[in-house]
Design a protein around this ligand. Structure first.
Ligand code: C2E
Ligand code: CA
Ligand code: CA
Ligand code: CA
Length: 279
């Protein structure tokens, strides 16, 4: 029978469809992935459009399972959230990312900023601030070099509570950004109450920026909204020279995307940093 208790192993039943089977298979494997050290991180450079310099990187989790192969985050993050596993996984991501950032700093690769995605469940954990502080202390990373990526929907659930958490996080000195900006249920009047530093323009708007006047209008409004609230703005999913030129021309501050680099394993990212520094 299908028992859904937290630590109970689940069995397949003939009535389950392929989707449910697949989900169960992933869930059962996910429960042991952390201790089996099957996760690792990719790093995608974020570039300052005014100077062309790499200012930091977004950290993206990867799961390499011996049988399932490479499982993309879109197929396990939501599930990890539902079964509560995202909390220990997220803590591992945060710790590993901060340590890596300090290691690169000590290797002379510069004061890079590291951006980590937070899930809604992590955001509302009572000990979030404590966890973040602990990771900063343990890794030795300066707080202003850590950026936490949040989403609009995660904050609109309970605005008063969210504002408190954001203030607590800001008081440690970390940077806060809103990911996938424009895709969630956003309210401009609340935006000004959130002590955030950066808006990330979702890649769905960036994709057709040079051919679709509607996307163009949205991107231009986000840039101008961000700047009038004294926030920085980064475009994600930049894949072409034309998109890059457009964003630069219209005052977007930073960008990340395949045009500059795909997310890379640590070693390849380090190589990219070294090559650019010797240019
Ligand atoms: P996201 O935070 O919006 O991350 C951006 C996604 O776009 C990444 O997909 C990245 O690989 C991809 N991307 C980057 N540049 C381009 C581009 O130029 N074109 C296109 N088409 N895609 C680009 P990825 O790595 O598969 O991650 C998917 C989502 O999974 C992320 O979306 C994020 O929501 C979630 N995720 C990834 N890592 C973590 C993590 O450590 N914790 C949590 N909570 N969520 C994570
Ligand atoms: Ca993100
Ligand atoms: Ca995003
Ligand atoms: Ca996304």
């Amino acid at each position: 029978a299908k028992e859904t208790g937290r630590n109970n192993f689940q069995f397949f039943t003939p009535a389950m469809n392929d989707h449910a089977m697949e989900r169960l298979r992933i869930e059962n494997n996910l429960r042991s992935a952390l201790e089996r050290e099957e996760f690792f991180l990719h790093y995608q450079p974020q570039v300052d459009l005014a100077t062309g310099r790499v200012l930091g990187m977004e950290v993206l989790i990867r799961w390499q399972h011996p049988v399932l192969g490479m499982v993309p985050p879109d197929r396990f993050i939501e599930l990890a959230e539902e079964i509560g596993l995202i909390v220990p996984i997220g803590a591992w991501v945060l710790r590993t990312a901060c340590r890596q950032c300090v290691a690169w700093q000590r290797a002379g690769l510069g004061q890079l900023r590291v951006a980590v995605n937070l899930s809604p469940l992590q955001f509302y954990q009572e000990d979030l601030v404590h966890t973040v502080k602990g990771v900063l202390a343990e890794s030795g990373l300066a707080p202003h070099l850590l950026e936490l990526e949040l989403t609009e929907s995660m904050m609109m659930n309970d605005i008063e509570h969210a504002v408190c958490i954001l203030r607590d996080l800001k008081s440690i000195g970390v940077h806060l950004s809103i990911d996938d900006f424009g895709t969630g249920y956003s309210s401009l009047s609340y935006l000004k109450r959130f002590p955030i530093d950066l808006l990330k323009i979702d890649q769905s708007f960036v994709r057709d920026i040079t051919i679709d006047p509607d996307d163009e209008a949205i991107v231009l409004s986000i840039i101008s909204l961000a700047h009038s609230l004294r926030l920085k703005v980064i475009a994600e999913g930049v894949e072409t020279e034309a998109q890059l030129a457009y964003l630069k021309r219209h005052g977007c501050d930073y960008m990340q995307g395949y045009y500059f680099s795909r997310p890379l394993p640590a070693q390849a990212f380090e190589q990219l940093l070294r090559q650019r520094r010797s240019l």
